[in-house]
Design a protein around this ligand. Structure first.
Ligand code: 5GP
Ligand code: ZN
Length: 112
């Protein structure tokens, strides 16, 4: 997808601090971390946000959550982490390519 920041990170046009990559997804450190561990996990398939996920993506999304679980174990935060995907400008989405924030390493508080 032209002019998509995360597609450019996926194809290497824009550099990132990668922590994991396979055929389906890429994980890299957020450039403005909100917690000591702040990883973004993105599918290589361009989906603008969670609103574009369909049943055809079931395997992909399941795989991404398996990768998230693996990463939390590698980073030693599997006892407490948060996964967030902002969907739409009203929810704070700024990059229009589906991504999952993995936040950990500090007290995250509870959602109300
Ligand atoms: P959103 O606000 O869309 O949920 O999250 C986008 C995230 O992407 C933000 O946390 C922001 O810091 C991160 N981000 C934006 N541009 C870049 C970039 O060029 N490199 C990296 N590593 N993260 C980025
Ligand atoms: Zn994209």
């Amino acid at each position: 997808m032209e002019d998509c920041l995360f597609c450019k990170i996926i194809d290497g046009t824009i550099p990132s601090k990668k922590v994991y990559e396979d055929d389906l997804c890429l994980a890299f450190n957020d450039q403005k971390p909100l917690a000591p561990t702040h990883i973004l996990v993105v599918p290589k398939k361009h989906l603008a946000s969670a609103v574009e996920i369909t049943d055809d993506d079931a395997m992909l999304i399941g795989h991404i959550f398996g990768v998230i679980s693996l990463l939390t174990q590698i980073f030693g935060v599997s006892d407490g982490f948060r996964v967030v995907t902002n969907c739409g400008a009203k929810a704070g989405q700024t990059v229009q390519h589906l991504h999952f924030h993995v936040l950990a390493g500090k007290e995250l508080g509870s959602f109300n």
